[in-house]
Design a binder for this molecule. Structure first.
Ligand SMILES: [Zn+2]
Ligand SMILES: [Zn+2]
Length: 279
């Protein structure tokens, strides 16, 4: 199953998406993504650059986000307004924010409600300054991952959790060991809470394909199956940082089939807009 919406795309307004091609031209420009989306037959893109509402706040100690404030949303919107967009391609602006402390995303509810999609990651352990587990033992990582996930799901107003339980295995170790160490009753409670609160889980195309987390597809599969059985809905995003990553890959499609995911399990962007009164 191919999906025609890509709900997690980084442009060059993200500090980690500034690659250039052989001619020195940026490869993650909105303009080039539009061309690529048309070539792939995609119908919807949501640009979700890394974003924090107040990069100058005293608790905002993650250096990575110092240039990721409101100006990037404004500039991206202005840039999109100047571009020619084919009628059958819909473009929206969302963001991937950060979780600064348990239950504290780096975006306010008021602003989150104005954006098409707010993805909230809770496991960016590679960034110094984001909440960290006590140690990188499987038990400590498993406990921390569940605690952080629950704290954000409980808020109820975030749209989706970005790449749940994902982190590079050179940092956190084998993700299968982390899943084994997870308190399964707690996991079930948190997934049930996500269903009840209407907080989606992201199926992240890059995480499923990434050689840096070889066991993520295996680890995340039973989580998704259990979540689906409990009534959780999903978003799909490639997490593209360059053109070549846009859309669903053949590996992603094979994984959807294995997980038993169907198109109806994924929230469309129009469903988010309708829910938020943005249509
Ligand atoms: Zn992320
Ligand atoms: Zn991302």
């Amino acid at each position: 199953m191919r999906l025609l919406e890509d709900q997690h795309v980084h442009t060059y307004y993200s500090p980690c998406a500034r690659k250039e091609d052989a001619k020195g031209q940026p490869v993650a420009s909105p303009e080039r993504y539009i061309e690529r989306a048309v070539a792939l037959g995609l119908k919807t893109l949501i640009f979700t650059d890394h974003f924090v509402e107040d990069p100058s706040a005293p608790e905002m100690i993650v250096q990575f986000y110092k240039g990721s404030g409101p100006a990037i949303l404004r500039d991206l919107r202005t840039e999109l307004n100047r571009l020619e967009v084919p009628d059958d391609l819909a473009l929206y602006i969302g963001c991937e924010t950060e979780t600064l402390a348990p239950g504290r995303p780096a975006i306010s509810r008021a602003l989150a409600e104005k954006l098409a999609l707010v993805l909230v990651p809770t496991t960016h352990y590679h960034l110094a300054g984001v909440p960290q587990p006590l140690s990188f033992s499987p038990q400590d990582v498993a406990d921390h991952m569940l605690m952080m996930l629950e704290s954000v799901v409980r808020l109820g107003w975030v749209d989706a959790i970005a790449h749940p339980f994902d982190e590079r295995e050179s940092l956190v170790g084998d993700l299968r060991r982390i899943y084994e160490a997870m308190d399964k009753r707690h996991l079930e409670e948190v997934l049930g809470l996500a269903a009840e609160k209407g907080v989606a889980l992201e199926v992240n195309g890059s995480a499923i394909n990434s050689p840096a987390r070889p066991h993520y597809p295996e680890m995340f599969l039973p989580v998704v199956q259990q979540a689906k059985a409990l009534g959780v809905r999903f978003t799909f995003g490639s997490d593209a940082h360059t053109l070549g990553m846009l859309g669903t890959s053949p590996e992603n499609e094979a994984w959807f089939a294995q997980a038993g995911l169907e198109a109806a399990d994924f929230l469309t962007t129009r469903e988010f807009l309708a829910k938020k009164g943005l249509l």
